[in-house]
Design a protein around this ligand. Sequence first.
Ligand code: ADP
Length: 169
Amino acid sequence: QTSWLDLKTWEKLVRVMRMPRERTYIMVKPDGVQRGLVGEIIKRFEQRGFKLVAMKMKAASPELLQQHYADLSSKPFFPGLIAYVGSGPVVCMVWEGTDVVKTGRKMLGETKPLESNPGTIRGDYCIDVGRNIIHGSDSVDSANKEINLWFTPEEICEWRSMEEPWVYE
Ligand code: ADP
């Protein structure tokens, strides 16, 4: 007879909790903060099964935002983008879990709200590409760069959730 106390269960617990996990950088932009969507966004990532490992509120300087959006510096909307994301505090987060970068992008929706399906964050809560409430890293490589840009290593909390054996096979 098996029970939650048997060795196999404990072996699984240890295996799952030691699995390497991917990380992504998620940021609620000033319009998302003003519109009271911080809790809703955190809720969606938590309920999906991802783990929050860092979070802070910050008024980002133009220099920091220029670095964050460096790839877009030649775009005509760049000055407006820097002004928009710098127009109020943002909520910066690091979320961890298997395939969290790709899954996070799916949860966000498309860059343009019009192309974002209902059920996604942008598809449910915004209309305009220049007020699309949330940022999420688009690759593992950019996630690592963005996490290093916005957080110091001490700000990232290593912790193990007892939920993990229920989230992962
Ligand atoms: P994403 O945020 O989906 O990764 P991009 O990296 O292409 O998209 O663009 C960064 C941000 O720049 C977008 O989230 C949006 O806020 C803004 N942006 C992108 N395209 C436009 C545009 N055509 N007009 C105004 N703002 C834009």
